[in-house]
Write a protein that binds this ligand. Structure first.
Ligand code: CTP
Ligand code: MG
Length: 232
């Protein structure tokens, strides 16, 4: 089956506290969004690519990506899952039920080609799909809600950090996200959680720990450092 690329880029970057959404901050004079998209577009020949943008976005026309004829845009929603759903709906009529869709956060510019190719090849024959993930390095505590009291220590050997891309089949992913957003929106923080909620068992593919999501101000310098190291 064919592979489509969906890039949710409709967030406002509240935690970044910048003057513009974080995907339009620059590293070496390029938008984070352009770094992410140019990397993804050069990895493989996608059947198509959709970027979900906020209805209030005024920066996209100034991006390099806007001039890339392979990239389509649609209007995203108020949550990440809504933006992914809008992108999938944009593809309806073009994507087939069993086609693969890779969903990647625009805020992860350090995505490495090898990780994407490994995800795609290792899941090629998988019935459900899966996601890049990294083993947890810290000891994780469970704390009783409403208190500061430690209720227990999680078994770290079983814990993974969910990264992107996440790769699922078009029809099942759209159905799972639709139900998840309708019935339990708080719990749908990535594509995998929607699939899990639907009773599916996604697989984790070990990915690079440097595939960070730019979230808070100090992450921008960290991403710049990671990108410079990858280039050398
Ligand atoms: N995203 C989206 N539509 C939304 C919210 C988020 O497309 N309504 C995208 C973001 O652009 C980002 C990804 O989902 O690529 C991960 O979200 P996050 O890191 O939370 O980004 P923001 O929502 O922009 O940041 P914040 O939560 O700090 O406001
Ligand atoms: Mg957010």
């Amino acid at each position: 089956p064919r592979s489509w690329l969906v890039v949710p880029a409709a967030g406002i970057g509240q935690r970044m506290r910048a003057d513009c959404p974080k995907q339009y901050l620059t590293i070496s004079d390029r938008f984070v969004l352009d770094i992410t998209l140019s990397r993804l577009m050069s990895i493989m020949a996608w059947q198509g690519c959709v970027v979900a943008l906020s209805s209030t976005d005024r920066w996209w026309p100034a991006s390099e990506s806007a001039a890339d004829g392979r990239i389509d845009t649609c209007v995203g929603g108020s949550d990440r899952a809504d933006s992914v759903l809008a992108s999938l709906q944009y593809l309806s009529g073009r994507a087939a039920e069993q086609d693969w869709v890779l969903v990647h956060d625009v805020a992860r510019p350090c995505i490495h080609r090898d990780d994407v190719l490994r995800l795609v090849s290792q899941l090629a024959d998988h019935p459900v799909g899966g996601l890049l993930a990294a083993p947890v390095a810290d000891t994780i505590k469970e704390v009783t809600p409403g208190t500061q009291q430690v209720a227990g220590t999680m078994d770290r050997g079983r814990l993974w950090r969910a990264l992107t891309p996440q790769m699922f089949r078009y029809g099942p992913l759209m159905a799972a996200l639709h139900r998840g957003v309708r019935d339990d929106p708080e719990s749908i923080t990535d594509e995998s959680s929607a699939m899990e909620r639907d009773g599916q068992m996604p697989e984790v593919i070990a990915g690079r720990a440097d595939n960070i999501k730019i979230t808070v101000p100090e992450d921008l310098a960290l991403a710049e450092f990671i990108l410079s190291r990858q280039a050398s």
